[in-house]
Ligand binder design. Sequence first.
Ligand code: IDP
Length: 141
Amino acid sequence: MAIQRTLSIIKPDAVAKNVIGQIIARFEGAGLKVVAGRLVHLSAAEAGQFYAVHKERPFFKDLVEFMISGPVFVQVLEGEDAIAKNRDLMGATDPKKAEPGTIRADFAESIDANAVHGSDAPETAAVEIAFFFPGMNVYSR
Ligand code: IDP
């Protein structure tokens, strides 16, 4: 299996709960490395651009409002099969349907406030990483 990079976002609900470290510990425990990371408070334009793929969906406005409701922690995770591994650790989009022991089962309240984002494919990972970390700000280690 190849070494991959994926974009992970710890969303405003989880940042407000002060569980950034606990969530990162899940990634590290599964063998993923944080190779870039920072807190950012998105503007509505940035959140809308990031989630542009969903702009026709009925939940788009609520999603953007939620994503700008407080700071988020954006990070790049690197490791074997990082994209799928991160998605497995996150659990299902709706925390009520997420497997016990997943990040969303343990830290998320609702499908709107669901603690984390993770890229879903190599193409989206590349675009999403470049969105937050253009240029030289990602370090392999
Ligand atoms: P994902 O985050 O598990 O990849 P996506 O389908 O890409 O899920 O949706 C992006 C985000 O939009 C979700 O994490 C969730 O916050 C929100 N979302 C998705 N579906 C719904 C819905 O049916 N109602 C409300 N919010 C939704």
